[in-house]
Write a protein that binds this ligand. Structure first.
Ligand SMILES: NC(=O)c1ccc[n+]([C@@H]2O[C@H](COP(=O)([O-])OP(=O)(O)OC[C@H]3O[C@@H](n4cnc5c(N)ncnc54)[C@H](OP(=O)(O)O)[C@@H]3O)[C@@H](O)[C@H]2O)c1
Length: 276
């Protein structure tokens, strides 16, 4: 059956490959990017393949994420798959327009906000795929609330653990009453611009990542995988990190994610009101 699939960060790398694969299988893809010209170019490149819609939002700006989610929600009261693929490793400017760390905003806060706003659209048959990583590092919740002076690799690994912990939390919270929430490491060192910029290497075949995301999104094998982490480096579901099993730590982290999102959105709203 034809599915409607939203893939964040589908203008490059694994997201773009996944969009191509989904389209070739006959599904409708909602492309997302932050750069209008690049997004339009990707749409033009892929449009002979099938049905595509474009959405633009800079995920480091939570007000834009909010508007993006509302647009998708209005346009698609029923959405089958959300792939939270967009991610950053290093950025030119660390502080976001919300005063947060761009890397935490894009990799953790934006997927949280987008997913929560689209939960109803995804219903009980939908799936959410969160792009995790083999690089995971312990995070204190307060680290999410401000720009970090740590290295890109530390911040990246912390952001990916936070995303994976929240993924598990949401799956357990929803149970059978919402979409399946699945964390996936698409395989390490795949040939994207992120890997090239971060490690200076070309990397492996991007379609390895695209294929596992399509499998996670559509296959029967993943239908009972809500709350789990699939590691495509070893081709198995596995336990990614001790903190993903720590309910107290997860509860503390999710509380901070929630509050940080709410604070960022309300301060933007009050600034807009002042400027009216
Ligand atoms: N490649 C790997 O080996 C690997 C391994 C483990 C996990 N991952 C994860 O896989 C996901 C995809 O990574 P990739 O390797 O394919 O990287 P990539 O080629 O750099 O693609 C990242 C995508 O995210 C988009 N993006 C970045 N910042 C954004 C922002 N502020 N707002 C909106 N979109 C934004 C990019 O848009 P532009 O096109 O405008 O840059 C691009 O479409 C990431 O979550 C990454 O952490 C990758």
């Amino acid at each position: 059956m034809k599915k409607i699939v939203l893939i964040t960060g589908s203008t490059d790398g694994i997201g773009l490959e996944t969009a191509k694969l989904m389209l070739s299988l006959g599904h409708k893809v909602l492309l997302h990017g932050r750069n209008e010209a690049k997004l339009a170019q990707v749409k033009q490149q892929l449009s002979p393949l099938a049905e595509i819609e474009n959405y633009i939002a800079d995920l480091s700006d939570l007000a834009q994420v909010n508007i993006f989610a509302e647009k998708v929600s209005q346009d698609h009261p029923q959405l089958d798959i959300l792939i939270n693929n967009a991610g950053v490793y290093n950025v030119s400017e660390i502080v976001s327009s919300d005063g947060l760390d761009v890397r935490f905003a894009v990799n953790v806060l934006a997927p949280y906000l987008l997913t929560n706003k689209l939960i109803k659209n995804l219903g009980i048959t939908g799936r959410v795929i969160n792009l995790s990583s083999a690089a995971l590092a312990q995070i204190r919740p307060s680290e999410l609330t401000q720009p970090s002076a740590l290295s890109d690799s530390r911040v990246y690994a912390k952001s990916k653990l936070a995303l994976t912990m929240w993924s598990r939390h949401l799956a357990l919270k929803l149970g059978q009453n919402g979409p399946a929430i699945i964390a996936v490491n698409p395989a390490s060192m795949l040939a994207s611009k992120m890997v090239k910029e971060a490690y200076g290497i070309i990397g492996g075949d991007l379609t390895i990542g695209a294929k596992v995301l399509v499998k996670a999104a559509l296959s029967a094998e993943f239908s009972a995988a809500s709350g789990l982490y699939f590691d495509n480096d070893i081709g198995e579901f596995t336990s990614p990190h001790v903190d993903v099993a720590d309910e107290n730590k997860i509860a503390d982290l999710v509380r901070v994610i929630e509050n940080t999102n709410a604070r960022a959105l309300s301060s933007k709203e009050s600034n807009e009101t002042k400027n009216m």
